[in-house]
Design a protein around this ligand. Structure first.
Ligand SMILES: NC(=O)c1ccc[n+]([C@@H]2O[C@H](COP(=O)([O-])OP(=O)(O)OC[C@H]3O[C@@H](n4cnc5c(N)ncnc54)[C@H](OP(=O)(O)O)[C@@H]3O)[C@@H](O)[C@H]2O)c1
Length: 278
């Protein structure tokens, strides 16, 4: 393979990527990087103002175009409407990145809230957001990939999927389900539609964003909380991740450089999952 081909792998000119949760701490960085690699970028989330700010921060020299579509990953009708707007503008989704997801304090055990008292609606919300919030966009945006027999899906799982973390049972279980679904859909697409449809997932370790700040940082001191310190002690690289740390694996997995990779869940965790603690 010559080096021109290697460079071309990461030039997404003429390709359209839709990123659910493209305004989040991680999704926004992925969206910016894809703009920088000349893709058309569609951000799907619920809050238009947040999306406007992210799009304002996109690189000025990008060849692609940016679009925001309002949608809720748990509301199939809103996703269908988003798909119509997106199709009118760009024709098709080549790359779907499912970065909407998260935990919630009310689904987190604490001194005040035992496992036995976790409210049903909170656990249901977290479970649905991560699992159904990944499955529904795959159904709605993946159908056209199946018809065209080509496409790339990248889900966002978590360290929790390999081994559950304390205090967040619904989040842990739902991310394990996202990893499992990633493998399921990879096989299903390849066997029933085309080996040119690939489905993979990132499994980020610990990145400080709105999702987990309340667990990992002490709001009063701005220093890592006891839990944050425990994470750092268990991370051989001794730091939290930054959103840019996800970009290499993301670009690789969605590019033709990963043409023979499907059903993979890639840890990006500073070695957290490799460390036994001893
Ligand atoms: N941060 C970490 O350390 C970490 C580690 C492992 C895995 N992850 C996973 O990585 C993904 C991104 O996390 P993050 O840290 O970037 O989270 P974040 O900063 O809290 O962002 C969450 C994003 O999801 C969107 N969202 C939430 N509910 C939605 C819904 N019902 N419909 C549409 N969009 C929705 C939010 O936008 P709106 O609120 O505007 O709709 C926002 O864009 C999540 O799946 C998370 O579980 C994160």
């Amino acid at each position: 393979m010559n080096h021109d081909e290697l460079h071309a792998f990461y030039d997404f000119t003429g390709r359209t990527a839709l990123i659910t949760g493209g305004t989040g701490g991680l999704g926004a960085e992925i969206a910016r990087a894809l703009m920088g690699c000349h893709a058309n970028v569609v951000i799907l989330n619920r809050d238009q103002e947040k999306a406007r700010k992210v799009i304002e921060g996109f690189p000025g020299n990008a060849k692609g175009r940016a679009l925001h579509v309002t949608g809720d990953v748990l509301d199939a009708e809103s996703l269908r409407q988003a798909r119509e707007i997106m199709i009118a503008e760009f024709g098709a989704v080549d790359i779907l990145i499912n970065a909407a997801g998260g935990n919630h304090p009310s689904a987190t055990t604490s001194k005040e809230l035992s496992f036995f008292d976790l409210p049903l609606d909170a656990m249901q919300h977290v479970g649905d957001l991560n699992l159904l919030g990944t499955i529904l966009p795959c159904q709605i945006f993946g159908r056209a990939m199946a018809e065209r027999r080509e496409g790339v899906i990248l889900n966002v799982s978590s360290m929790n999927a390999f081994r559950p973390l304390t205090r967040i049972p619904a989040y842990s279980a739902s991310k394990a389900a996202v990893s499992n679904f990633t493998q399921w859909l990879a096989v299903h697409m390849a066997q029933n539609y085309s080996p040119r449809i690939r489905v993979n997932a990132l499994a980020p370790g610990f990145f400080i964003t709105d999702l987990n700040r309340f667990l990992l940082m002490d709001a009063d001191t701005g220093e890592p909380s006891a839990r944050g310190k425990a994470v750092l002690d268990h991370t051989p690289m001794k730091r939290f991740g930054t959103p840019e740390d996800l970009l290499g694996a993301t670009l690789w997995l969605i590019s033709p450089a990963a043409a023979f990779v499907t059903g993979a869940v890639i840890p990006i965790d500073g070695g957290f999952s490799a460390f036994s603690g001893v």
